[in-house]
Write a protein that binds this ligand. Structure first.
Ligand code: 2P0
Length: 325
């Protein structure tokens, strides 16, 4: 059978996905809105091969084992079921994303896998169907099918829980500056963390209600290129998401002292007229939603607070691309 290679870029949620209404189908409790990034991506090649007795999965040239391997084979089972085949696959994936550091590599990974595996299995899926399929691997992957600003509509079942583009070409000045606080793997994975918050935080429903309300405003802000509104809604939503973790039983947090130092710096820079807003995911890194034109000023300010800090700038990126071979 023919091999296919796909490239998918990761995305950062401006309004977060944090909790599943249906864990098996990965149906979230809220809609979420993200920006696909240009600089971080995954390349994945898949071929179904009748000589294989089991799936062979390689990540950055090393064989994948354990929980990571199981997630991939479970996903390939969904693809095989859709295609009506039982052949095992060879999967080769290269991540150009700092893995497990709060930069969601699972988003680009499962988006690329959905694209390459479905084609290699002989399927010709629409982008919406690819988004539904990618969602089954990892929720945030449903959004990485598209470029630019994307909404994953919560929906109520497999058909209705799907992403669609809000603004695929972003030709105005916005960047996400990732401040790498600690690139060690996180201790609480997002899958476990979000369900723990959902089940035990008394503020969880408030977070759902606030996110639903913010979705309407965020879409208007994106349409109007209203940077300040996008940034302030995103920062507020991130802090609300992290509040569900801090109020869980037992409580936990992904944020460290250095994360807070950067969040506070963003507020200080705003008071000086530099538009910078913070957003944080399932790790200590802080992503600064900012203008490309303010890059140097922000990096200088960061260095005065955290002298050895590393930053990676990212701009809006494209959607999934699949090619033969
Ligand atoms: C997001 N995150 O919207 C949120 C914000 C992290 C914090 O999506 O269980 O790896 O595989 O569906 O997609 C990370 O969660 O979780 C995530 P699963 P996923 O980007």
């Amino acid at each position: 059978m023919q091999a296919y290679t796909a490239r998918a870029h990761t995305n950062i949620a401006l309004l977060k996905y944090w909790g599943k209404a249906n864990e098996q189908l990965i149906i979230p409790t809220t809609s979420s809105i993200s920006l696909t990034l240009d600089e971080f991506y995954t390349d994945t090649t898949v071929v179904f091969d009748q000589h294989l007795n089991e799936d062979a999965v390689f990540l950055n040239d090393a064989p994948l084992t354990g929980k990571g391997y199981k997630k991939i084979t479970d996903f390939l089972d969904i693809v095989r079921q859709l295609a009506g085949i039982s052949t095992k696959a060879h999967v080769q994936s290269t991540n150009h994303v700092p893995t497990a550091a709060g930069l969601a590599s699972s988003a680009s990974a499962f988006s690329a896998l959905a694209g390459a595996a479905s084609k290699a299995a002989g399927l010709d899926l629409s982008l919406a169907d690819l988004s539904r399929l990618a969602r089954r691997g990892s929720g945030s992957a449903s959004r990485s099918i598209y470029g630019g600003f994307v909404e994953w509509e919560r929906g109520t079942d497999d058909t209705t829980s799907v992403a669609h583009p809000l603004q695929e070409v972003v030709d105005w000045d916005i960047q996400l500056l990732t401040v790498i606080i600690n690139d060690q793997p996180k201790k609480v994975d997002s899958r476990g963390g979000m369900q723990h918050a959902l089940q035990t935080s008394p503020f969880y429903q408030n977070w759902v209600d606030a996110t639903n309300a913010a979705t309407v405003d965020m879409k208007t802000a994106i349409e109007n290129h209203d940077f300040q509104k996008i940034g302030s809604l995103a920062e507020q939503n991130a802090l609300q998401m992290h509040a569900t973790n801090m109020t869980a039983t037992p409580p936990f947090t992904y944020l460290t002292d250095n994360s807070w130092a950067v969040i506070q710096l963003a507020a200080q820079l705003r008071s000086k007229g530099i538009e910078v807003y913070a957003t944080m995911d399932a790790g200590p890194n802080v992503k600064l939603i900012s203008h490309i034109s303010d890059y140097h000023e922000i990096v200088l300010a960061l260095q005065s607070v955290l002298p050895d800090v590393e930053t990676v700038a990212a701009t809006p990126g494209p959607g999934l691309v699949v090619v033969a071979g």
